[in-house]
Design a protein around this ligand. Structure first.
Ligand SMILES: Cc1ncc(COP(=O)(O)O)c(C=O)c1O
Length: 408
């Protein structure tokens, strides 16, 4: 069974009006996911952040702000974008990896919350800004994720201060009179296993007891979504019973003024809102394989090449065609450049438009201009009017070349 494309009529019209390759984002789906998570977490003293690395499209970010979400930003430009869009500084967490002095000073000047994942940075922060407030990213030594490259905790991981080094955190904060206002973890992405998630969360809860005046514990993101028709994503009933209920119990047992629980998903909010549209322009039969070559590629959606990730590919313009096996490949000069291998898809003809589903997270935000090809166009479909609008256009070869020559 194939997953079905959301709003296929609208997608066909967008492909015809704006051409391909094009990303399309449906705002209603983002709203549904935000509301669903708020419902599952109801009753907790909660603050949701959005990990904007998943998709920093401005109309999506604006929706996040309207819904009261904060932002997890990991680079100066992400931080600046969040600030310019008006997210309140007390809801912005700056979690740069290998933070530089310059980035630290910049974030402090902006008044956002720094999330520090190395003892050496904590020491530098203390020296430069004694008495300041800060969040500390811990490595609970439990990681999880859909692929080893997205596991962000555990003994092999570069992220966070190992939980065994809590005494060092206390020593540095005492030395510089730092106020540890929050603890943070993010153990990985595309997690479907609530037991592992809970194990990591309980490490955080135990660790939190030795910190006074904590304002929040941020449990990170990582919630998986169903990429395949027979998948369900992270089981939300288990999420409630194994995670939310014990969290409520912890809060009740450890009453502390104003302690909030934060989560900061990216994928959960945006993956399912996005579709990448591409046109089949080349069919090639070999002895064993029918290749369907499209006008997009791994430069636009790198997840299949990088993680072997599955994205459903459906034929929008021949939806009732007989299912046949295809390798759907891109136009980039790499053999890793594929969207699907040996995949049953409604018969593809040259000129057909395909929809690559669930591409709203880590699609465009990881896209690049390899082979000097343009980024795709981006279209936003608002929840209220449903009238699509383009907020990024594709560049012509001339525009790309002019931009290169400007740099000389
Ligand atoms: C610190 C941090 N928080 C949140 C996220 C969001 O993860 P996800 O999209 O799986 O929810 C990431 C993703 O890498 C991250 O690095």
């Amino acid at each position: 069974m194939l997953k079905t494309a959301p709003f296929p009529e609208a997608l066909r019209k967008i492909a015809s009006d704006y051409g391909t390759p094009t990303y399309v984002y449906f705002e209603q789906t983002v709203l549904d996911r935000i509301n669903s998570l708020k419902t599952h977490l109801a009753g907790l003293p909660l603050q949701l952040l959005y990990a904007m690395k998943a998709n920093h499209a401005v109309p999506i970010m604006e929706r996040m702000k309207k819904e009261g979400l904060g932002i997890d930003a990991v680079s100066p430009a992400e931080l600046l974008l969040a600030l310019k869009l008006g997210f309140p500084t007390e809801k912005i967490l700056f979690s740069a990896n290998n933070m530089t002095d310059h980035e630290m000073h910049f974030a402090i000047q902006q008044g956002v919350i720094l999330n520090v994942g190395e003892l050496s940075r904590l020491e530098k922060l203390g020296k430069a800004y004694p008495g300041t407030s800060v969040c500390v990213r811990l490595n609970p030594q439990i990681g999880a994720g859909h692929h080893k490259h997205v596991i962000t905790a555990g003994t092999e991981s570069k992220f966070g201060i190992p939980v065994e080094q809590i005494e060092e955190i206390h020593a540095i904060s005492k030395k510089y009179d730092l106020h540890i206002q929050g603890l943070h973890q993010h153990i990985g992405s595309g997690i479907l296993d609530t037991d592992t998630l809970w194990k990591a969360i309980s490490v955080m809860l135990n660790a939190s007891i030795s910190f006074e005046r904590l304002e929040f514990i941020n449990m990170g993101g990582g919630l998986g979504i169903p990429y395949k028709a027979n998948e369900t994503g992270i089981p939300m009933d288990e999420f409630e019973s194994k995670i939310v209920t014990p969290l409520k119990r912890f809060i009740a047992d450890h009453p502390s003024d104003g302690l909030h629980i934060w989560f900061e998903p990216g994928r959960y909010f945006t993956a399912e809102c996005g579709v990448l549209l591409a046109t089949v322009n080349t069919l090639k039969e070999t002895e064993h394989i029918t290749f369907a070559g499209v006008d997009s590629g791994m430069n636009h959606l790198i997840r299949p090449a990088m993680y072997g990730a599955f994205h459903e590919v459906v034929n929008l313009t021949n939806p009732d065609g007989e299912l046949k096996p295809y390798d759907v490949v891109g136009n980039i000069c790499e053999s890793a450049d594929f969207f699907a291998r040996g995949r049953l898809i409604q018969e593809l003809r040259e000129g057909d438009v395909v929809a690559v589903l669930d591409a709203g997270a880590y699609g465009m935000s990881m896209a690049n201009m390899y082979n000097l090809r343009s980024l795709p166009a981006e279209i936003f479909v608002p929840a209220d009017s449903q009238i699509p609008h383009a907020f990024r256009s594709r560049k012509t070869a001339e525009q790309l070349v002019d931009a290169e020559l400007l740099n000389v």
